[in-house]
Design a protein around this ligand. Sequence first.
Ligand SMILES: [Zn+2]
Length: 311
Amino acid sequence: MERRLIGVDIGGSNVKIGIFTTAGELVRQSKFKTPLERNGESIIPATWEMVQATLEAEESPAGIAIGVPGPVKAGTVYGAVNLGWKTFAVKKAFWEVSQGACPVIVGNDASLAAFGEFKARESAQSPFILLTLGTGIGGGIVADGKILEGKNGFAGEFGHMKVHPDGPLCGCGKKGCLESFAGLKGIRERIKEKIARDPQNPLHKDPLKIEDILAAENEGIAPAVEVLEDAVEALGRAASIITTAFDPEALLFGGGLTEAWTELLPRIRERYFRYAFKETIHTPLEKARLGNEAGIRGAMEVLRHDQALRQ
Ligand SMILES: [Zn+2]
């Protein structure tokens, strides 16, 4: 029997599964559309089924780590809106459905990705921070070589840092969150509001992609220029707050919109220099490296470094 580490990344669109050797090499991967019906109640059973289907006959699971899009503390997720989950004991549910086939670790998806990025670096020093830019904004913190969950599982929820006192209303119910300025959903909403009385505006698109917004900015179309300026400003400000709080080895920009944001990274750095505190001005602000595989690789690395699994 070949023992395999299994990294799972449960997202609002797809569930990704990676099968790795115990040395951390990716053997194969699979994915399926996240079954969101009935508040996502079949996500965990479907994931276990797919894990079994992806493993070959001579392979056995040595451990499985699962990333979920919500705050996690001790194997329980405290709400994952995109999956339809309220408070849900994911670890227990997976353990039951797999009948205790192997040890299970559950973490926040961005935290697992942060751990993967941290381990992918030549000189892995912590603290180390990943900011994930997508429809919303999340993040993960590695401190003392471990994922920092925080008391309630909210550590690294950088999207809800207040960067402006009179900012737009965020989904969390408060005003001025980073995510409402620099998450794709927030950017779209701000543009939509600004072009409401301008039916000819080329930004009336559905879905309006980040590439469309970047192209419109290049052409000098007003709401795109203004809204992206605000996004860059918010990210520069947020980055300076994060590095002041953690003085990290590096601050990485990853997530679904990594490529688009990489174009804006020089401008974010420019703003960052304006706000950064003392030596943290030298903190590298860089593009994350693992791309789409960050979630499953991070999950695998957490398994590889879990003391309980070493015996
Ligand atoms: Zn918020």
